[in-house]
Design a protein around this ligand. Structure first.
Ligand SMILES: Cc1cc2nc3c(=O)[nH]c(=O)nc-3n(C[C@H](O)[C@H](O)[C@H](O)COP(=O)(O)O)c2cc1C
Length: 368
């Protein structure tokens, strides 16, 4: 697994582990992989604290940071201090009532914090502001989801000696990333957790490899075993980028009720829904996603309005612990995740399975 990107990042294994939980990021990086800290939802001070903690844990080992600045958003007038309040006012009363009806029909209590602010939710300027925090630390790579980082940010990150990366779901996305100077493509298939397109990993990865060669490509979406890592490298990827498999590791701060649901779920228990953010997101199917998919349900609003609408509702659902409504972004590989184990064990098992799969393929050549 000594691919170019592994050598460049000085990682033992080019296995990237996306997580919003710093303990998972640190555990993976300490074990020879590359933890990726998801910064979405963090304030600059919180992010600074989290990255300081991670670096204290892992020393010089490599890790990365991920932000979410969408290429298309209604949130464009970033210099205007009243912009977020105006966006909030664009949410129709009918949508608010629809959400209230879902929650009240499940007995979810009102929010004790009635002044909860959605000012930072889906706020592109707030995400961009996190870049300065990242540059004050020493991750090896900064990655953006939902479109290329602005060219000025790419240049800033390069000047700090870090690589830039972008999640892509089609060759057109990859071309846009390359036009802005982004180094590493994360080719993420439709089976992945989170915001995904329509093309499967198996079909997407070779297309992205061909489109951007010799730029490095990481395969993402559905990868939960070392056999799949061998397949990804055979497709031309230089590494893999994973998310779902880390939700249930011992270190993960995933809600225990949700963890149990994830461990039980099969690969058909996910759905691609716009009901969380306004953009297609692969999510654990539950009463919330079903309600938005039912006949007569309102169309989800465009980003960031849907995010601002759902964010306070999710806080209420999390407090209620109602298993019918608790959910998370999750990929189809959820059906392959059936036991909770330490992150190190999961990582080393991926490596063992990869070695075995690569050996099997080499044996095939010997027999020719
Ligand atoms: C709970 C969860 C939240 C996610 N949030 C983000 C995010 O904020 N930014 C991002 O780039 N990707 C996010 N992703 C997607 C991952 O980065 C990764 O591409 C995906 O999980 C890979 O597919 P897999 O889940 O099949 O392994 C998230 C994934 C999960 C499981």
């Amino acid at each position: 697994m000594r691919t170019l990107i592994a050598k460049q990042l000085e990682a033992e294994f080019p296995i990237f582990a996306f997580s919003h939980c710093r303990d998972v990021v640190a555990a993976v990086s300490k074990s020879g992989g590359i933890g990726v800290f998801g910064a979405l939802g963090k304030t600059p001070d919180q992010l600074d604290m989290e990255l300081t903690w991670i670096e204290d844990q892992i020393g010089d080992r490599p890790y990365a940071v991920d932000i979410v600045v969408p290429a298309t958003s209604l949130d464009r007038d970033e210099a205007d201090p009243g912009a977020q309040a105006r966006l909030e006012a664009m949410i129709p009363a009918g949508h608010r009532q629809f959400v209230e009806d879902i929650l009240s029909s499940h007995g979810v209590a009102p929010d004790p914090d009635s002044t909860r602010s959605t000012e930072r939710v889906g706020n592109s300027a707030a995400q961009i502001a996190l870049v300065d925090v990242v540059l004050g630390h020493r991750p090896r790579m900064l990655v953006n989801a939902l479109g290329p980082m602005p060219k000025a940010v790419v240049d800033q990150v390069h000047r700090a000696g870090m690589l830039t990366g972008g999640l892509v779901g089609s060759p057109t996305h990859a071309e846009r990333q390359r036009a802005n100077g982004v180094d590493v493509m994360v080719a993420q298939g439709t089976e992945a957790a989170g915001h995904t397109g329509q093309i499967s990993t198996m079909v997407l990865v070779p297309q992205i490899v061909d489109a951007v060669s010799p730029a490095p490509v990481l395969a993402a979406g559905g990868i939960a075993s070392g056999r799949q890592i061998a397949a990804a490298l055979a497709l031309g990827a230089q590494g893999v980028w994973t998310g779902t498999i880390w939700l249930t590791v011992d270190e993960a701060d995933t809600d225990p009720v949700l963890k149990a649901r994830i461990l039980e779920a099969t690969s058909t228990d996910t759905t691609q829904t716009k009901s969380m953010t306004g953009k297609p997101n692969r999510f654990l199917r539950n009463d919330w996603t079903d309600a938005w998919a039912a006949p007569g349900a309102p169309e989800p609003l465009p980003w960031p309005l849907q995010l601002k609408l759902t964010n306070p509702a999710m806080a209420r659902i999390n407090r209620s612990q109602d298993p019918r409504l608790l959910g998370t972004s999750v990929g189809q590989s959820v059906g392959m995740v059936n036991t909770a184990r330490p992150a190190r064990r999961v990582l080393l098992e991926l490596v063992e399975q990869f070695t075995e799969a690569a050996g099997t393929m080499t044996d095939l050549l010997d027999e020719v």
